[in-house]
Every structure is written in C-alpha cells, then in structure tokens.
Design a protein around this ligand. Structure first.
Ligand code: UDP
Length: 329
C-alpha cells in the first residue's frame, strides 16, 4: 500500500476532489467525516471513518488504525452569512474542532498537516492583488475562525515541531472534469450553484447582494479558481511537507477578478438560459474585492492551474449540476 493520508471533511466539495487527486497520485485517502454536511457518495477513493471532528478519541483511533503520513484538514463550517448567526457552531467546529484534531495528532505523533484556510482571513484588503504577507483583518466570523486556526498551527509548530501548510483559497468553482463529483451544499448559499439552480429552473431568480460597491458594475469582485486545481495544490503542499518543509501559507487563486454580474453573464453564455436577477442589500461580512497574487504558490509549489477560464469552470459545474439534480435542459 502507498502512503496514507487522513482527510477530514473528505466527503465535502473540495475535500472529495482532493481525495480523487490523492488517489491518482498513488496515496490512499482515508476520509474522516460526520456526513452532516458531507455526502457519503463522494467517498470513492478510500475508506470512510464516520466521526465528529470534536471527538478527539475517535480521531486518535483513526490515526492509530491507519497511521497516516499526513492529515489534510477540511472539516469545518463554511458559510459567511450563517457564521454571524451561529457563532457557537463556528467556534466549535472550526476552532475547537481544529484543536481537537491537533491534540489527536500530537498524541499519535502525526507531524504533517495541510489546512484548508480562506481568503476570508484578509477581510478588507488594501491591495488589488493580495499577497500572503497582507495582515489578517477578517470581517466575518467565518474568516475569524480560519485565522484563529492558522495561529494555532503556528503555535504548534513553534512548541511541538508540527509541520503545517495553510492554503488560503479564493473562490472554489467548477466540478470534477470527469463528472464524478461536484458542488452540493444543503442549504446552498454559494453564487455559482445558485446561478445554475436558476438556469436549471430549480429557483426563480438570484439575489445579488449589493450593487453599490466600488467596482465597474457595482457588484463584488471575486477570484474564481477551479476545484480540480485546488485539489492539485493540496497534493503539492502535502508533498512539500513530507520532504521536510514546515509552516508556510499559500494563496490559491487565478489572480483575476470577476464581478457577480460578470458571473451572471458567463452562466447565461454557458447554459444558454437567461438569469433573472434581483438586487438586494449587501450581505454582512462581504469584502468588495478579494483577488489574489498567486506567485508564491507558483514559485514554491510549482502550481500551474490547468483550468483558468471561467467558461471551463462553469461548463464542468453545469455538466455535474444537471447530472446531480436530473435536469433535463
Ligand atoms: N452572492 C450574491 N448572491 C448570492 C450568493 C452570493 O450576490 O445568492 C455574492 C456574494 O456577495 C459574493 C459572491 O457572490 O460577492 C460570492 O459569494 P459566495 O457565497 O459564493 O462565496 P464567498 O465569496 O462568500 O466565499
């Protein structure tokens, strides 16, 4: 058997794509997921251990049973809007959950962890293209939980020699190019699947959260990056850790910004369906622009996104969405 990787939250969107990529690279991904937000049918490339991230005993049992060389930690709640209304769950799952995992890793002498962080740690960025050195100033509770977890990793590195990489994703988009897995949240709050729901006739319209931001069309700018390219970056980051490097962080994005309205138009082009939009007030916690400078990941991980066009991302997402929800269009 090749090397084993424990993937917490491996039944979720980015986690499952990473499991597929790990498997293609010769690793056995062992998924640790409680399936509250993950999908059992996304676990296809290795065993599933069903457990809560807060259950340190159960994590220790999984680490003992499978002796992984590394952990990739996705298990978390990830809705910006919800985070404000449910701080208890966000601090529990994202902060206490990470601590529970680190405790289990320390007791089991597992030394390498790749952490699923977010551009939300930056908050209101002062530059157009954000570099990793940009200070953390999250404006959402979700972003705060990710920033706190990153601090924990640094402290564990200093005190116990734990090796870690934090990957700060910008906006994950698309689906597996072979159509095996894709994006499916319940409830759905993310822009692209909601737009595809409108195209599929599963929703009547999309609410656009504010058109009075300082951008050309007044809507928020985000940096969309294909989920298969994110998965590839995880494998690269983990291999760097296994070679003995420690404590780094990388921005993962395309380096290009698209507004919400540009997304609406692109979805119309790909699906050939007119999208009905409704302008609503701004959503708390939204930064007006989050676009990355991906040069560190390019230089140090040799990461080169394969699918850089928005059309490719939407095309893969649309293909999967129709299959998942039995859309006849
Ligand atoms: N957005 C929107 N309407 C929606 C969902 C999202 O206008 O129903 C906007 C949101 O304000 C943000 C962008 O789309 O500017 C991407 O939001 P999403 O929730 O997909 O990802 P986030 O940037 O919060 O991680």
């Amino acid at each position: 058997m090749g090397k084993v990787v424990l993937v917490t939250g491996g039944a979720g969107y980015i986690g499952s794509h990473t499991c597929k990529r790990l498997s293609l690279a010769g690793y056995l991904p062992v998924v640790y997921d409680d399936l509250r937000r993950g999908h059992a049918d996304f676990v296809k490339w290795g065993p599933l251990v069903r457990g809560d991230i807060l259950d340190t005993e159960s994590l220790m049992f999984a680490l003992k049973r499978y002796s992984p060389d590394a952990v990739i930690h996705f298990a978390a709640y990830a809705y910006v809007g919800e985070s404000f209304h449910d701080p208890l769950s966000y601090y529990r799952n994202n902060v206490a959950g990470t601590l529970s995992l680190l405790q289990a890793m320390k007791s089991s002498a597992v030394q390498n962890i790749v952490f699923s962080s977010s551009c939300a740690v930056y908050g209101l960025a002062s530059t157009d293209n954000i570099k990793e050195e940009h200070p953390h100033s999250p404006i959402s509770l979700y972003g705060r939980t990710k920033s706190l977890a990153e601090s924990m990793l640094q402290d564990f590195n200093y005190a116990y020699g734990l090796r870690s990489v934090s990957l700060r994703y910008f906006n994950a988009a698309g689906a597996d190019p072979e159509g095996e897995i894709g994006e499916h949240h319940d409830p759905e709050t993310h822009l692209i699947p909601l737009l595809l729901d409108v195209a599929a006739g599963r929703r009547s319209h999309i609410d656009i959260y504010g058109n009075d931001y300082p951008s050309e069309d007044g809507t928020c700018i985000r940096d969309y990056v294909h989920v298969a390219d994110l998965a590839d970056a995880h494998v690269r980051a983990m291999e760097k850790l296994l070679r003995g490097n420690s404590a780094a962080s990388y921005n993962l994005g395309s380096g290009h910004g698209h507004s919400v309205m540009q997304l609406v138009r692109a979805v119309e082009r790909v699906t050939r369906v007119k999208i009905t939009v409704r302008i609503t007030p701004r959503r708390p916690g939204d930064s007006h622009r989050l676009v990355c400078d991906p040069s560190r990941a390019r230089a140090e991980l040799q990461w080169r996104p394969e699918f850089s066009s928005l059309e490719d991302m939407l095309d893969h997402a649309w293909h999967w969405h129709r299959k998942r929800f039995n859309v006849l269009r």
